[in-house]
Design a protein around this ligand. Structure first.
Ligand SMILES: Cc1cc2nc3c(=O)[nH]c(=O)nc-3n(C[C@H](O)[C@H](O)[C@H](O)COP(=O)(O)O)c2cc1C
Length: 145
């Protein structure tokens, strides 16, 4: 079993880079992670900590590759599952990071527990979103002692 399941929602690939950078950071701390680019609940263990890493497209919509997962979590009992959320978005949209927010709400409704405040990365101000994500994760890992 891995320590972290990194669940990716991406259209253009930026969230995939962020997910890979998070995986590397976890590995540096001797933690194991599995990145899911076509997430399916069947392959994701609830005992690991989940990191959802998703962008927003359309007008506040989730990327197509994470739609199946979003539907599956609506129908699941996720009591006992812990998660964190990293959203990528562009603050020029009034639906800034709505995709990440949708996933957060669905997970909470299904009983999962959010264990860190969400990180919403504004790609307008963060040309290299991985940097913000790795820093955020590093702070969280240090706070665990
Ligand atoms: C057609 C289009 C629609 C977008 N809509 C939104 C949006 O509604 N809200 C938001 O925060 N960002 C929006 N974005 C910005 C993307 O979320 C941002 O570029 C992100 O880095 C893309 O990540 P990805 O490569 O993993 O898909 C949109 C981008 C495009 C190209």
């Amino acid at each position: 079993m891995v320590d972290f399941e990194i669940i990716v929602g991406s259209v253009l690939g930026a969230s995939e880079y962020v997910a890979e950078a998070l995986e590397e950071k976890l590995n540096e701390h001797e933690l194991t992670a599995q990145v899911h680019l076509s997430p399916d609940l069947i392959d994701i263990t609830p005992k690991a900590t989940w990191i959802i890493c998703t962008s927003t497209h359309g007008a506040g919509d989730l990327p197509d590759n994470i739609h199946k997962f979003a539907k599956q979590i609506e129908e699941a009992d996720l009591t006992g599952t812990s998660f964190m959320v990293v959203g990528l978005g562009d603050s020029s949209y009034d639906t800034f990071c709505y995709g990440a927010l949708q996933i957060e709400q669905k997970l909470k409704i299904s009983g999962a527990r959010m264990i860190a405040p969400a990180l919403n990365i504004d790609v307008l101000n963060q040309p290299i979103p991985e940097h913000a994500a790795v820093q955020w994760l590093g702070t969280w890992l240090s706070s665990r002692g």
